[in-house]
Design a protein around this ligand. Structure first.
Ligand code: C2E
Ligand code: MG
Ligand code: MG
Ligand code: MG
Length: 278
């Protein structure tokens, strides 16, 4: 009996790996086709970031979406790592940046201090043209660079790589804001808060969960917020899903709040009807 179980398990296990490999191969192919044909199936959704002082919309985070002919909607959690591996993230990242910058320009006509956050992968920093590209794009659109925040994760920000560091410094020199995404998740280090050129620290949503009852989470958020403020950084709290969570953090001096409680990522026209309706 136990032998049979073992055998079954091995079979299940290898089927699973095979399935994953096949899917990855196929997704890679489909991603390449979509991008080559002019980003067919790709779109950008926008999730509000709320200014906790005023309760109003501070801006939005641009999030890539992909609808593929074969598999339907594929999560960025799955397709972004594939693009990072095959290098196509450089092209997609530029496309998302352009979409987001145009949208920011458009929305800044309705709300003149509207801000836009865009995610940036490590792999994009290795592309030597990223700084020139950003500068040229913002110049062409005539968008104030301080309206743009690039979100990077500390895992690679932390690297003692002076070339990459110079590019991030260059973005800041242009006036672009830098945010450290998903702080506290993965290989976090408090040292990175000291050394990295970061304007905004986004605390990972794992620390918001049950913040009204979870002593560790409440203490973590309070302490990191105080530390950030003492060294001149703003804080954004990600993943606020309920009114209970919002009530637990709303008067804690955290500048920005993002989460399903205020709005999910939605297409631009939906965002407009939700947040720019007079
Ligand atoms: P991220 O940059 O940390 O983005 C926030 C993610 O958390 C989004 O997932 C968003 O939908 C989700 N989220 C926001 N509020 C809540 C909440 O209250 N509860 C829960 N459960 N989730 C919430 P999404 O859109 O699936 O994106 C996942 C990740 O994919 C992003 O995490 C980012 O790392 C990456 N990504 C997405 N678009 C891009 C892109 O254009 N470029 C790059 N390089 N990465 C991207
Ligand atoms: Mg982000
Ligand atoms: Mg992230
Ligand atoms: Mg995040």
């Amino acid at each position: 009996y136990s032998k049979l179980m073992g055998k079954n398990r091995i079979t299940l296990f290898s089927d699973d790996i095979l399935y994953k490999k096949a899917r990855t191969l196929e997704l890679n192919q489909l991603l390449r086709e979509s991008i080559d044909r002019g980003f067919i199936g790709f779109s950008v959704h926008y999730q509000p970031q709320i200014d906790s002082c005023t309760g109003e919309v501070y801006g939005a985070e641009a999030l890539a979406r992909w609808h593929c002919t074969e598999y339907g909607d594929v999560s960025p959690v799955e397709f972004i790592p594939l693009l990072e591996q095959n290098g196509l993230i450089v092209q997609l990242g530029k496309w998302v940046f352009e979409q987001a910058a145009h949208q920011c320009k458009k929305w800044s006509r309705v709300k003149d201090d509207f801000h836009m956050s865009v995610n940036l992968s490590y792999r994009q920093l290795l592309d030597g043209t990223i700084l020139d590209f950003m500068q040229a794009t913002l110049h062409e659109i005539n968008l104030d660079p301080s309206k743009i925040t690039m979100e990077l994760t500390e895992t690679y920000l932390i690297e003692e790589n002076s070339t990459l560091r110079k590019i991030v410094d260059g973005m800041q020199d242009l006036g672009i804001q830098i945010a450290m995404d998903d702080f506290g998740k993965g290989y976090s280090s408090l040292f990175s808060l000291k050394t990295l050129p970061v304007d905004i620290v986004k605390i990972d949503r794992g620390f918001v969960k049950n913040i009204n009852t979870d002593l560790f989470n409440a203490t973590f958020v309070r302490t990191i917020t105080e530390l950030c403020h003492d060294v001149g950084k703003k804080v954004c709290l990600e993943g606020v899903e309920t009114e209970i969570e919002y009530n637990a953090i709303k008067d804690k001096g955290i500048e920005l709040i993002q989460g399903f409680f205020f709005g999910r990522p939605v297409p631009a026209d939906v965002f407009e009807s939700l947040f720019f309706q007079d």
